[in-house]
Design a protein around this ligand. Sequence first.
Ligand SMILES: [Zn+2]
Length: 467
Amino acid sequence: MLRRSGPLAALAVIALAACGGREPDAAAPVADERAERGDLLVIDNARVFDGERDLGTVALVLRDGRIERIEAAGSEVLPADVERIDYSGRHIIPGLVNAHAHVGNTEGTEHGDRFYMRDIVVRDLRQFQAYGVTTLVSLGMNGAAFPQIRAEVAGDPGLGAQLFGAGAGVGTSDGAPPAANMGLEQDPVARPTDAASAREAVRAQAETGVDVIKLWVDDLGGKAPEMTPEVYRAAIEEAHRHDLLVAAHIHDLAPAADLVASGVDIIAHGVRDQPIYAALAAAMREAGTGYIATLQIDEANYIYAEHPEWLDTPFLRNALPEAVVRQWSDAEWRATKLADPATQRARDAVAMNLRNLATLRESGVAIGFGTDAGALPHRVAGFAEHRELELMLQAGYTPQQALTVATRDSARLLQLDDRGLLQPGRRADFVVLSADPLADIRNTRRIEAVWQAGRQVAGPVGEYAID
Ligand SMILES: [Zn+2]
C-alpha cells in the first residue's frame, strides 16, 4: 500500500541470511546431510492464530529460521527423526511488530541520550523480546552506534528483538523534541531551518543507513515553534528520493492534513486534541497513509500513580527497575502526580485518541502498532505493548483484530513482507501462550516461550497472577 519499495525488507533478507549461515563441510558427511536438510523442526499440536486467521490445531514445520510449511497436527508425512516440540494445549501468535518504540534511552527513573550505548540498547531489545515483541522500530533519538548495534542484533536473535530504526531523526530548532525534557545532552537530532538544510539532514541520515526518516511536527502545546511546511515538505521529498519511509510525530490535528497531502507515509502518534474529520480520514485512506495511535503513551503519565490492581502482577513487576518500583510506591510522588493538571489533560488525550482510532478503523485507514515504549521510564518496554492491545478494545477492536494490527498490519506498514504472518516462507517469529488470546486479549500476557528466527529465545516472563 505504501509507495516506498523497502530498504526495510531488503535489510530483513540480509539479516536472516546472516543468522541462517550454515556452511556445508565437505570433510564431514553427517554435517553435509544436516546442511542439506537444514535444521528441520516441527512445532506440533498448538492452536495457531497466523496473524489473520485461527488455523486451529496444526503443525508448523520450520527450516532455517522460517516456516517451511504448515501440516495437520501430529502429521505422519514428516521424517520420523525430525525433532518435534509438543505444544499441546498452547496457543501461538506471531511475534509482535512494534513500529514505534525507543531503545537505549532510560536507566532506572532517568532518561537521556547519555544512555545510548550498546549494552543498554541490547538490554532493552531483550526485554521487548521476552514480552513477545520480535521486531521493533526505534523511531528517533538513536545514537551514532545504531547501525553497528542493528547489524549485531540482526546476526544473533538471542540478543533481542530485531532492530530497525530512524537515526537521530529530524526536529525543530528550540522545539520538538525538546532537548532539555528529553535529556538530549549531546542532542543528536537534526534541526533544519529551511528546505535546503532539511534536505541535507535527510541525506546525511540516509547515508548512515537508517531504515526510516523521523520528523517531529509539534508545537508542544503552543510553547514552541513547530516545524514549518517548507521544512517537512522538503524532508519528505528528499526521503522519498532515497526510497525511505517518513514517519511523523504529531500530537494535534492541525498539521495532519497537510502532512498527508505532502506524502508523509506514517503518522506516528494518535491525534489527541480534536476529532479527526471524515475528509481527513478519506484522504489518509486514499493516500495509503499509515497511522499508529500509541494509546498507552498518555495513560502511562498517570495510570501507575493510580496504583491499579495489576501494578503488582509479576508480569509488570518483572519489567520494572527497582528504582521505578520505589518511585511508584511513594505516596507523595503519587499524590503530586494525580494532582498535577497535566494528569487531567492526559486523560482527555487518551479519550480523544481512542475516539480517533475508532474513526480511522471504521474508515479503512491502515493502522500499525506502536507504543513509544522505551522513550521514558514509565513507558515500560514490553508491558506497554500488552496494555496497548487491551486499550485497543476500547476503540472497538476485537482481540483478533487488535492482534492482526500488531502483527500483519504493522509489518505491512513497514513493508516487511517476511514477517507479521505465520505463513510458509516467512520468519518463524512467534509467541507461545498458555491461554487463548482470541478469547481474552489479556491472555497475551501468559507467555510460555518466545521464538525468533526459528529459535527459542525466551521462556515465561514470570508467574502471571490474574487480576
Ligand atoms: Zn517516539
